[in-house]
Structure formats: structure tokens, C-alpha cells
Ligand binder design. Structure first.
Ligand SMILES: [Zn+2]
Ligand SMILES: [Zn+2]
Length: 241
């Protein structure tokens, strides 16, 4: 599979990631990516940046070292109504939005409440991707989630870091949840996007665990958005490329 996109990476602006934007782009270029998304954590993540970080995206170029760039955010879902932690001009400034659930920002609810939160987040036009919906700390009915993603024209992420056996989410059953998600993605012809969730330059476009899983479940290549910039742009219409 020819992977040319990584939409989920973090820089020092996130407060717990360790490289600059420039270093992340350089790594993406070295690895032959056509497009990189920089998606630092939105402000409710402890230690992350303020809305000003996102407001000033106009200063940044959308191509460097031959790599197309999208500047966005990993937005925090903060309640069971699916509200997120960025608004106004800072939200409008995003090229791409990933909405995710994280323990410091949202304690989660029942499977029904979590589904409701995800669906309402999907209805926000700035949300293009649901990040790591495989997190077992936030149980959800995968069939209904995949169906909702299809209805709302939002991508679901297959998060490589979730599948790292040393990570938090792997210990909470991420792999089984991903297998379930992928099964319904095939059934409903709903594409996925693989995200590295890199917090350091070496991890940009590192997709080994995700690609291995896709192979094991015979997931069709045409449903993997990372193979084509045009495919991604169908789901991220706010880009400025
Ligand atoms: Zn995350
Ligand atoms: Zn992340």
C-alpha cells in the first residue's frame, strides 16, 4: 500500500511532544509523504497551547520541503453533548479538525452517551476525523459509530499509537475495538484514515501496527484514505491547498 499522508501529529505546542513544526515536516519529507497534518492538542489538554496558537495559522506556508501541509487541531470532546474546546476565530482558522476523547479532558459516560458525544462532534463542520475511537475507556457501539460517520461524512481514524503494545489504549482493548470498527467499515463502505499520532519526529508516518492489522483483516485498500491526497480532500473541505 502506497501511503502518502499522515494527518495526526503533535509538536512542542502540545506541551508533551518534543519537536518543532519544521522538524516534523522535515521528517515527513524524508519519509516521502505528500501531505502532513500538524494537529496539536486544543487548549483543554493540560500543558497545551492557547487559542492564539491556532489563530495565527495564517502566518504558515501550506507547502514546505515538497510536502503539502494542513494545520489543524486535535480537539477535545469535553462532554456527553459532544462539545469541543475551541471556538470562534481559532476554530475557523483550522485546515483540519480531529475530535478525540482524552482522560484529562472528559471522563466519559455510558456507551450510549459516548456515541451521542461522538455523533454531535461529527455534526460540527470543523470536525473531519474522529481520533482513536478504539479507546476502551470510552466504550461505544462500533456499528452505530461507523454508520454515523458515514451519514455525517466524517472519517474514522485507525490510530497507530493505539496499537502499540506499550501504549495506554492497547491495554484497554484497542485492537479488538479496531477489528470491530474495520468490520463495519467494510460493511458500510466507510473509509478510515491511519494516523501516527506522532509526538516525536521519528514517529511521523510510522504505521507498522496499523498496516499489520489491516493486512490481517484483509481490509480493502480503496477504503484507506492515506493513499491519495484527493481522497482526503473529499473529507477535509476547509483546507487551503
Ligand atoms: Zn489523542
Ligand atoms: Zn494525538
Amino acid at each position: 500500500m502506497n501511503i502518502v499522508i499522515d494527518t495526526h501529529t503533535h509538536t512542542i505546542a502540545s506541551g508533551h511532544a518534543y519537536n518543532t513544526i519544521n522538524e516534523m515536516i522535515k521528517s515527513a519529507a524524508d519519509k516521502g509523504l505528500e501531505l502532513l497534518g500538524i494537529t496539536d492538542h486544543a487548549p483543554n489538554m493540560p500543558g497545551s497551547c492557547t487559542p492564539m496558537n491556532f489563530l495565527n495559522f495564517r502566518a504558515l506556508r501550506r507547502e514546505k520541503y515538497g510536502v503539502k501541509l494542513l494545520f489543524g487541531a486535535e480537539l477535545n470532546i469535553i462532554d456527553t453533548d459532544g462539545n469541543i474546546d475551541l471556538s470562534g476565530e481559532a476554530l475557523d482558522a483550522l485546515d483540519i479538525g480531529i475530535a478525540s476523547m482524552h482522560p484529562p479532558c472528559f471522563k466519559g459516560g455510558t456507551a450510549e452517551q459516548n456515541l451521542n458525544a461522538y455523533i454531535n462532534a461529527m455534526k460540527n463542520p470543523h470536525v473531519n476525523i474522529i481520533g482513536h475511537p478504539d479507546d476502551g475507556r470510552y466504550p461505544v457501539d462500533m456499528q452505530k459509530l461507523v454508520y454515523a460517520a458515514k451519514e455525517n461524512h466524517v472519517l474514522l481514524e485507525l490510530n497507530n499509537a493505539s496499537l502499540n503494545p506499550a501504549g495506554f489504549r492497547a491495554k484497554e482493548g484497542a485492537e479488538n475495538n479496531d477489528i470491530e470498527m474495520l468490520k463495519y467499515c467494510v460493511e458500510y463502505k466507510q473509509p478510515v484514515i491511519i494516523g501516527s499520532d506522532a509526538h516525536i519526529e521519528e514517529d511521523v508516518a510510522e504505521f507498522g501496527y496499523a498496516l499489520d492489522l489491516l493486512k490481517r483483516v484483509n481490509f480493502p485498500e480503496e477504503l484507506v484514505v492515506n493513499t491519495s491526497v484527493d481522497k482526503l480532500l473529499e473529507y477535509a473541505p476547509y483546507n487551503k491547498l
